[in-house]
Design a protein around this ligand. Structure first.
Ligand code: FES
Length: 133
């Protein structure tokens, strides 16, 4: 049901893991299936220099995590905020219609990690709450 590009990203995902002493952390869950994705970012001068993910989820969630983190490395936070699940799916050359909802996790996790970074910069400590999309 998945194309070759999705299967490759699922079988050999890039950027797996967690950045120690990260500058931003986003953790989101998918209420419909219970899957969870965490993205950690290393940011220098508002440029994302590294991104890693940990995903407890389906093949589409793993593939979109890998692709989305790859896409944002080297981007400014402004550019990364414009990444939508649609763009990630396009990069993967499509997902089955019933798996599109899985790609929303990556977009939401990136936005949550950037929001966390911006809050830390302002000195705001936000209690970590899991957000469900
Ligand atoms: Fe849960 Fe895909 S089925 S993210």
């Amino acid at each position: 049901m998945y194309n070759d590009k999705v299967m490759e990203a699922f079988r050999n995902p890039k950027n797996v893991g967690e950045i120690e002493n990260c500058d931003g952390l986003g953790k989101v869950g998918n209420a419909s299936c219970g899957d969870i994705m965490q993205i950690t970012l290393k940011i220098e001068n508002d440029v994302i220099v590294d991104a890693k993910f940990k995903t407890f989820g389906c093949a589409a969630a793993i593939a979109t995590s890998s692709t989305a983190t790859d896409m944002i490395i080297g981007m400014t936070i402004e550019e990364a905020l414009k990444i939508t699940n649609k763009k990630v799916v396009e990069e993967l050359e499509g997902l089955p219609p019933q798996k599109i909802h899985c790609s929303v996790l990556a977009e939401e996790a990136i936005k949550a990690a950037i929001e966390d970074y911006q809050n830390r910069k302002k000195g705001i400590v936000v209690e970590k709450e899991e957000k469900y999309v």
